[in-house]
Design a protein around this ligand. Structure first.
Ligand SMILES: Cc1cc2nc3c(=O)[nH]c(=O)nc-3n(C[C@H](O)[C@H](O)[C@H](O)COP(=O)(O)O)c2cc1C
Length: 222
């Protein structure tokens, strides 16, 4: 047990927001599949998986993204694998959407009498409890929050097998989405861009030591 805990904490210390990767080192297919698997197995609200992962390996597309992504200047050209994480929008996530109804029937394989019951809970949750239907932005932000769980899981899993990463929000969302729409990669009827994450092997050790507040500053026991 102690060994497992030590190795997990070691991975958390190893992980840092890597600004530039050694572009000569590629993540093996097997290791990258392992990273994606931790995204796939991540939890989501009601289990509805409001996400999709674009693996951007096309160098010319990465070059076109670069001027739109101020926070990915070193990562875009050097990452072994570069992901754009999409989140499903209101057309997909609203309680009465085709996506949700199909999901309950064909992915979750719920019995036909359970579907309306779950759906009623989901409707009430969206309409009244979390008020997600007040604006497109509310439901987008809610879906995005969930994609960040996959982001965290992938980065931690990668760190546990010695792979570096960087999470990124440093980009112009509208411009990135327009580029992807023009390329026929993004369908705004279904998805919005949530965030980005790069994976690879660090070119150099981090310049600065990790800074974090102590636990007593961020935890309050009641
Ligand atoms: C949501 C989010 C967005 C971020 N966006 C960027 C980014 O665009 N570019 C970048 O280089 N780092 C980005 N970072 C990395 C943070 O700056 C970094 O995680 C933080 O400074 C702590 O450092 P550490 O991760 O190395 O421990 C982002 C981190 C998070 C969680």
């Amino acid at each position: 047990m102690e060994n497992i805990k030590n190795s997990i904490i070691k991975a958390y210390n190893f992980r840092h927001a890597c600004k530039e990767f050694d572009s000569s080192k590629k993540i093996s297919d097997d290791n990258f599949k392992f990273i994606l698997e931790t995204a796939r197995l991540s939890p989501s609200s009601f289990g509805f998986e409001p996400w999709k992962f674009l693996v951007i390996q096309d160098i010319s597309l990465r070059e076109e993204l670069k001027p739109l992504c101020w926070g990915a200047q070193g990562q875009l050209p050097t990452a072994s694998h570069f992901l754009i994480i999409l989140s499903r929008n209101i057309n997909e996530m609203k309680y009465d959407s085709k996506y949700i109804l199909n999901f309950m029937e064909n992915v979750q394989k719920l019995p036909s009498d359970v579907i309306p019951i779950k759906n009623k809970f989901y409707k009430d949750f969206q309409e009244n409890q979390f008020k997600l239907l007040e604006s497109d932005r509310a439901i987008f932000d809610w879906a995005c929050k969930q994609t960040y769980i996959t982001l965290a899981n992938m980065m931690t899993a990668a760190a546990q097998i010695g792979i570096d990463s960087c999470p990124m929000e440093g980009f112009d969302k509208d411009q990135v989405e327009n580029l992807l729409i023009n390329k026929g990669i993004l369908d705004k009827n279904h998805f919005d861009v949530s965030c980005m994450v790069a994976f690879g092997y660090r070119k150099a050790d981090p310049q600065f030591a990790k800074t974090r507040q102590s636990l007593d500053k961020i935890v309050e026991w009641i």
